[in-house]
Write a protein of this length. Structure first.
Length: 133
């Protein structure tokens, strides 16, 4: 039943290879779940020497920080294959919180856990990079 409530708020999107899902510094409005295809997350795309932060595929999701804060994107997302994504946007989450507060809070708690896990992993990579110098 909860999944049905959330599925009503998802937006189907398709992308071609090398098409941007979003660019770095663009307004963050929502997250995306990969139904099929592949997406890479990169930084530094404007200078020509981009760095790939992650390569994602079916079942992975990205852009979740946009649901938690009203900030610009810290990285770009580019489809690397024909991709079908489901978008879940901040405005949809706000509607869900108004209609079903318990479900909205459950989603927020899970998003917070994911963000914490990813931040911890980033910290570990930074510590490793510092010790490799």
């Amino acid at each position: 039943k909860e999944l049905n409530e959330v599925s009503k708020l998802l937006h189907d999107r398709t992308y071609k290879p090398e098409e941007y899902v979003f660019k770095r510094h663009a307004p963050g409005e929502g997250m995306f779940i990969i139904q099929s295809g592949a997406v890479k997350i990169i930084v530094g795309e404007t200078s020509g020497n981009s760095q790939v932060l992650a390569e994602l595929s079916n079942g992975d999701f990205f852009g979740e920080m946009a649901l938690l804060e009203d900030e610009v994107r810290s990285a770009a997302a580019i489809a690397t294959d024909h991709s079908r994504l489901l978008g879940f946007f901040r405005s949809d989450l706000q509607i869900l919180i108004e209609r079903k507060p318990a479900l909205g809070n459950k989603i927020l708690q899970n998003l917070s856990k994911v963000v914490c896990t990813r931040l911890r992993k980033t910290n570990e990579l930074l510590i490793q990079a510092q010790s490799d110098k």
